[in-house]
Design a protein around this ligand. Structure first.
Ligand SMILES: [Zn+2]
Length: 95
């Protein structure tokens, strides 16, 4: 059985420290003049516990996060309802 504490890996480039990520951003600014999407900021990722780069502004990222959190909450509610439903169906032997 896998340990629950195992840190997951993201497909995105990850940096062990914020300094590394910030340095990469300035490197890209220096060299990659042709690319349209350039990372602006670094952010901490809870999934892989590293820093990633993003081209989104803080505001854009925040609104995305709110949407994600919302859908996760919604899913939790649905699961809760399904469990409750099943419980009552069993309890009262409803078929
Ligand atoms: Zn990550």
């Amino acid at each position: 059985m896998n340990s629950m504490k195992k840190v997951q890996k993201c497909n995105k480039a990850n940096f062990a420290t914020k300094e590394d990520a910030v340095k990469k951003i300035s490197d890209i600014k220096e060299t990659d003049r042709g690319t349209k999407i350039k990372p602006r900021r670094s952010y901490y990722c809870k999934i892989c516990q590293c820093f990633h780069l993003t081209s989104m502004t803080k505001k854009q990222q925040y609104s995305l996060k709110v949407k994600l959190d919302y859908s996760q909450e919604l899913r939790k509610e649905i699961i809760k309802k399904e469990i409750e439903e099943e419980y009552y169906l069993k309890k009262f032997n409803i078929k």
